[in-house]
Design a protein. Structure first.
Length: 664
């Protein structure tokens, strides 16, 4: 058996927190399968803060011995992404292999300095997900997603995907980074590992719908989970209202809702559509319910829904809600597009309709509502198919086989693959030097040349970011002044929209947000999501989150970030921490009133002071004139003293006439 160092996301299902996403469940399925095979496992998970009831009160590291061969630690994002604890734990554990489950965990695992073979699970097509997010939020950034994926592709010995289609995309990416070479020819680098289920049947523990939210004879259409950026709520609303208009028994029930810190617009748009509808009272929302309660909703519903937009995440990704509904014997209605929707159609587990076809969705709902016998048969087929196909022990067989004898990929034979020193630096080439280096690398020259080009790129990116910080810092010191003010001054202004720009640690940021909330209880407070906070806890500090472009290090990225904040139309901008000169200038570019919250919890107002350069110039000129005057006087004294000695010497020489010696 092997010693496995596994990285993933928490909370895990047995913790029974309000939100256990597909990422968390996939982590647990992988670990459970490996643990049951007898491997010795150290599992470290980064907390998805929004999924915990008491995230802010948890210590940085929580440890639990789950089984004799499974030690579990869940940690905050600072420990996971920034601290040195993970590398120290890995060194102490001395694993035979490293497993990263889901993109973020796989990326962090790819940065570990260990000679152990590495399995990377790419659960979903990250670049496609970012494209879908950009579509919803009107942004245009992707560099971070690709750079993380690229780092994983260059370091992993073997990879897994959530669908067969995504496997093909990853193979193409491996070719793009040079991994499809003569050494890997004939070797399987990528395995499709679909979403899995537990073999234990769902148990109905209490009544949550019938006679509580709906009538016993209503036809309940269930949507369960988050309304993500690829959810087509316009088609969902259109299909449901058409069906409701023709059948009064149709009721819509939703568990889940907005995904805090990731996508809160899609769900808000859906609720806006419903509020203006004459059928608003037939849309029922249970919100995020505890994990243990979700099966009750499956077992009391008539049909489950999944409605996707057309995008590449849909084409290449998976849908956990469909596997769960099928396991519960709940027939499904899903838009075509995902790979699993094809399985649903072929196996007769439910009905499908074309993406964007609200009429097709309505007809599917009405057809099943009028044919209870067909509905029952579909449910029975779905339950059998799920238990025959998607149980985690079967789905994860490729990982289980590899874990028994972990090995490096053939192109890593004889050399230990380690992350490049600047792998964490995210960049987009802008300068001529960077573009030249990019070209050298992309055109596939010798390996040594490619390494040199990457080093050049990293250096160019570092210099660009450093120059941007230096320029902005000089401008801030030259033209901005700070003065302390009482907190009541901000409260008296009664701002409606406030944006918070954090430059301090999570604890200070949280305290500052509390202070802002106390001062402005009715204001819409949004927090800029910085790189360190974006990875895991998103909106967990109690404020709406503004996603930052991933390439905001250089001048262009800085200005793009300023435009993003300005689009929020804030009345005030609050910078957390007094060391953030760059953040202070960014706040000024939002065209709002600018405040700073210091480490001492005191409030400062930031103001433009165009006279400062003149004032400082006058001071420096005065100081320079004083120094010149002092130097001149000292020079005259020195010359005077030296001049007296010179006169005496000349007199002495003059008296030495004709070789005669004369006393002076």
């Amino acid at each position: 058996m092997s010693r496995l160092f596994v990285l993933g996301l928490s909370p895990l299902p047995f913790e029974n927190q309000p939100v256990v996403s597909s990422l968390n469940r996939r982590t647990w399925h992988a670990v459970r399968a490996l643990q049951e095979d007898g491997h010795d496992i150290l599992l470290v998970c980064v907390r998805v803060h929004a999924s915990y009831r008491d995230a802010d009160s948890l210590p940085r590291v929580v440890e639990a011995q789950i089984r004799d061969n499974l030690l579990y630690r869940h940690v905050d994002d600072r420990v996971f992404y920034v601290g040195k604890e993970l590398d120290a734990w890995c060194d102490q554990f001395q694993p035979d292999a490293v497993v990263g489950v889901n993109h973020l965990a796989a990326y962090r695992a790819s940065l570990l300095h260990t000679p152990a073979p590495f399995w990377a699970d790419l659960n979903g097509y990250q670049v496609g997900e970012v494209q879908a997010t950009n579509d919803v939020y009107g942004e245009d950034w992707h560099a971070t997603a690709w750079e993380r994926e690229r780092t994983i592709l260059e370091r992993a010995d073997v990879l897994s995907t959530s669908s067969r289609r995504q496997r093909h995309a990853v193979i193409g990416e491996l070719g793009a980074v040079g991994r499809l070479n003569r050494l890997t020819a004939g070797h399987e680098l990528v395995w499709p590992v679909p979403n899995a289920i537990e073999p234990e049947p769902y148990q109905h523990t209490r009544t949550v719908l019938r006679g509580v939210l709906v009538e016993p004879d209503d036809f309940v259409v269930l949507f369960s989970g988050g309304y993500n950026t690829w959810t087509d709520v316009d088609t969902l609303f259109g299909g449901l209202t058409r069906a409701m208009r023709r059948n009064r028994r149709v009721k819509f029930v939703s568990t889940g809702g907005a995904i805090k810190g990731h996508d809160e617009r899609t769900f808000a748009h859906f609720r806006d559509l419903i509020e203006a509808s004459p059928f608003a009272d037939r849309f029922l929302f249970a919100g995020w319910v505890d994990t243990a309660e979700v099966p009750n909703y499956y077992l009391e519903s008539d049909v489950g829904l999944n409605v996707d937009k057309f995008n590449y995440e849909t084409i290449l990704g998976a849908r956990y809600r469909l596997t769960d509904m099928c396991k519960a014997g709940l027939p499904v209605i899903t838009s075509s597009g995902t790979e699993i929707s094809g399985d649903v159609s072929r196996a007769g587990l439910g009905l499908t309709f074309r993406i964007g076809d609200a009429d097709g969705l309505a007809e599917a709902i009405l057809g099943l509502a009028s044919d209870p016998q067909r509905l029952e048969q579909m449910g029975a087929r779905a339950a059998r198919y799920a238990l025959d196909t998607w149980v985690y022990t079967r789905v994860l067989q490729p990982l289980r086989t590899w874990a028994r004898a972990p090995a490096h990929a053939p192109d890593f034979a004889g050399a230990v693959p380690t992350p490049s020193p600047g792998a964490e630096v995210m960049f987009a080439p802008r300068s001529r030097l960077a573009r030249l280096a990019w070209r050298i690398e992309s055109e596939g020259y010798a390996r040594a040349g490619k390494r040199a080009a990457r080093a050049l790129l990293r250096r160019a990116a570092t210099l660009s970011a450093g120059a941007a910080r230096g320029i902005v810092g000089v401008l801030a010191r030259a033209f901005l002044e700070r003065r302390p003010v009482p907190m009541e001054q901000m409260a008296a202004a009664r701002y409606n929209r406030v944006v918070v720009i954090p430059t301090a640690d999570v604890g200070q940021t949280a305290r500052s947000l509390v202070a802002c909330r106390d001062a402005l209880p009715d204001a819409d407070i949004a927090m800029l999501r910085t790189e360190g906070e974006a990875l895991a806890h998103g909106g967990t500090l109690g404020a709406r989150v503004i996603g930052a472009p991933s390439d905001a290090a250089g001048i262009r990225g800085f200005l793009a970030l300023a435009r993003r904040l300005r689009s929020e139309h804030p009345d005030a901008a609050v910078v957390v921490g007094l060391a953030g000169r760059r953040a202070e200038v960014l706040a000024w570019l939002t065209c709002a009133h600018v405040y700073l919250l210091g480490d001492d919890a005191n409030l400062y107002v930031s103001a433009v002071a165009p006279w400062k350069p003149l004032e400082r110039g006058a001071r420096r000129l005065s100081r320079l004139l004083g120094q010149l005057t002092y130097a001149s006087l000292m020079g005259l004294v020195i010359i005077g003293l030296w001049g007296a000695d010179a006169v005496a010497a000349i007199v002495r020489i003059a008296r030495l006439g004709g070789g005669r010696t004369t006393e002076v």
